[in-house]
Ligand binder design. Structure first.
Ligand code: ADP
Ligand code: MG
Length: 407
């Protein structure tokens, strides 16, 4: 078996400079600037960002860059170094629900959403030329889609003179989510965009999706002798796909039955009673499991944040394990590759392990003693090879800085 493949993030300023040069080569003039936004990994709090829950994501060093220059004719010309099809041209007046299709939705959807939210200036309605270079792998549950949207949003926001403090970033994040939901047509919650725009180096954010507030939580894993290993299983995942939408519909229906705006409104102490109530429905068994996941998961996030704030990172492992088991058994969004990764990581000495992101493939995380990173990665890679699965990829997540300007 070959050594496990680790993929590191490229140097930020070198990548930004190379992209500025690329822009000049393509458009014959330099960009107004280069901006970038990170992918993210969620420590805990999964599938609760669309029901008012709490989550605890951190930004990855892996970023998506955009070199951009405003235009005045209302057209977007954009290329991506990751897309072989060449330049895509989009007239901003044609952007709306489901249009444009394909990857350009994540770019052209952003000025549209900023305008919908009243965050638009002249700069935004004029269109722009842009070249994109992404270093967040697609479809790995690490949110390449939000990284792309947020890189465009921070560029346009800054050029339009929008405030870029945390409140300003929260507004941009909301617009990016709108672009993803309406233009790209993926019914995701707001965690990915908030993480990409509002995280800071060295910490995670405790995001309350009920009121959009954020608490910075320091995450000094190295200081605790730990590392966060991310395993990209390379298994197919699809967010826009039906299962994600079905889960969302399940929790919305359950909240309606319980007479609360969202499942954040169910107190953990009242869980049994809530389960009895939804259990009386014809599809009560499924609803019971969905509600139990959401309510217990939100409570686990609260407890994880408290442990981290008390400097007890080495004690969050059981909460990570319980999160995975709940996502696998009650929420039913895991898959064979994710379960295998989690089982092997635990057996090899991880303090805790869980799937992260939307599920049905994508990535898992394992909290491991720093000196066990190699051994855990070896064991996971060997287990995949033994089952004839495609080789997984690995990265160790160090909490990085949110979206910003590079050049
Ligand atoms: P995830 O966000 O988990 O990576 P998604 O399916 O939500 O997966 O988003 C992936 C999609 O985002 C890609 O298929 C592509 O359309 C778009 N995308 C992400 N990064 C880039 C990029 N660098 N260039 C062009 N499109 C991108
Ligand atoms: Mg995504």
């Amino acid at each position: 078996m070959n050594a496990p493949e680790f993929f590191d993030a490229p140097d930020r300023s070198t990548t930004a400079e190379a992209l500025a040069k690329e822009f000049r080569d393509v458009f014959g003039v330099g960009p107004a600037g280069v901006w970038s936004a990170p992918g993210r990994v969620n420590l805990i709090g999964e599938h609760v960002d669309y029901t008012g829950g709490l989550c605890l994501p951190l930004a990855l060093p892996h970023r998506t860059f955009v070199a951009l220059r405003p235009r005045t004719d209302g057209v977007v010309h954009v290329r991506s170094l990751q897309e072989a099809g060449g330049q895509v041209d989009v007239d901003l007046s044609s952007v709306g629900a489901g249009s444009p299709t394909g990857w350009a939705a994540y770019v052209a959807g952003v000025p549209w959403a900023l305008q919908q939210r009243g965050l638009a200036g002249e700069v935004l309605s004029g269109g722009f030329d842009a070249v994109v270079d992404g270093h967040v792998p697609y479809g790995s549950g690490l949110s390449s889609s939000a990284a792309l949207e947020c890189a465009v949003a921070i560029a346009l926001g800054e050029l339009a003179g929008a405030p870029l403090d945390d409140a300003g970033r929260a507004a941009l994040a909301g617009a990016c989510q709108l672009a993803e939901n309406v233009v790209a047509g993926a019914a995701t919650g707001g965690m990915d965009q908030a993480a990409s725009l509002r995280c800071h180096e060295g910490g995670a954010i405790l995001l309350d999706t009920d009121d959009d507030s954020v608490t910075q939580v320091a995450l000094d894993l190295a200081g605790a002798g730990l590392a966060l290993l991310v395993v990209d299983t390379r298994a197919e995942h699809s967010h826009a796909g039906g299962e994600y939408g079905k889960r969302r519909a399940d929790v919305e229906r359950a909240a309606q039955l319980l007479g609360v705006p969202n499942l954040r409104g169910v107190d953990p102490a009242g869980l049994d009673e809530a389960l009895d109530r939804v259990g009386a429905e014809p599809d009560g068994e499924v609803l019971r499991r969905r509600v139990r996941h959401a309510v217990t998961e939100i409570d686990r996030v609260r407890r994880t944040a408290q442990l981290l704030q008390a400097g007890k990172a080495s004690r969050i492992g059981d909460l990570l394990d319980a999160s995975h088991d709940s996502l696998r058994d009650d929420y039913e969004v895991s898959c064979r590759e994710l379960d295998l990764t989690v089982d092997v990581a635990r057996a090899e000495g991880a303090l805790g392990a869980r799937m992260t992101g939307g599920g049905f493939g994508g990535s898992a995380i394992a909290l491991v003693p720093a000196d066990r990173v190699g051994a855990v990665a070896d064991a996971v890679a060997a287990a995949f090879a033994a089952q004839a699965l495609a080789a997984p990829r690995f990265l160790t997540a160090l909490p990085a800085e949110g979206a910003g300007r590079d050049l």
